[in-house]
Unconditional design. Structure first.
Length: 190
């Protein structure tokens, strides 16, 4: 079974919306506007590209990333990696042709089936709504969280507010950095 890894820039109060400057959110760009850049804190982002075998996104994140990531040297490893987009509305005509193989999945059942295939880890970038659904369905195996020392208040959150049984996590890697950023890697305990 393949490992499904959720990776996120997240504020201390759980917000994941518009970390890189995406329009429409009042605190857009919070990862670089309000926190000093410390390169070693982002080592995990390069490691994710080397270790992942596929990328999974929701439609909104696909549309945002596919417009810029294919031409960015920082994300070169993702260009050739198979990509899966979970969407009930996206069509083949909506896919970009310069970002490698992309498959549209229509349901969480199809994500579960993908996890059953041969291959390495699948990484989930962005995709707040998808992350919530994946977590609620018990499909996420690991979290890579870069926690920023910020309280953003309103905004899309990584975790849902669904009333459900406790889901235990095991901290398997962590580090704190001089700028207040924290790296927390959790495995989901089954």
């Amino acid at each position: 079974m393949r490992t499904l890894i959720s990776t996120a820039f997240i504020s201390l109060d759980g917000v994941v919306e518009a970390p890189g400057g995406e329009p429409g959110y009042r605190n857009s760009g919070w990862t670089f506007k309000d926190v000093e850049f410390v390169p070693e804190a982002f080592e995990i982002k390069g490691r994710e590209q080397k270790e992942a075998a596929a990328m999974l996104m929701g439609r909104t994140s696909y549309e945002a990333f596919s417009a810029v990531w294919p031409d960015m040297e920082d994300f070169a490893d993702y260009k050739v990696m198979p990509k899966y987009v979970v969407s009930t509305t996206l069509t083949e005509d909506d896919l970009v042709d310069n970002w490698g193989e992309t498959t549209i999945l229509r349901s969480l059942d199809e994500v579960a089936a993908l996890k059953e295939t041969e291959g390495g880890p699948i990484i989930v970038h962005g995709s707040a709504s998808l992350n919530q659904a994946l977590s609620d369905a018990g499909l996420i195996d690991r979290y890579h969280l870069l926690v920023f020392p910020l309280l953003l208040g309103a905004g899309k959150r990584l975790f849902s507010t669904t009333d459900k049984d406790t889901q235990k996590l095991k901290l398997v890697e962590h580090e704190a950095y001089a700028n207040g950023l924290q790296k927390n890697v959790f495995d989901v305990v089954r």
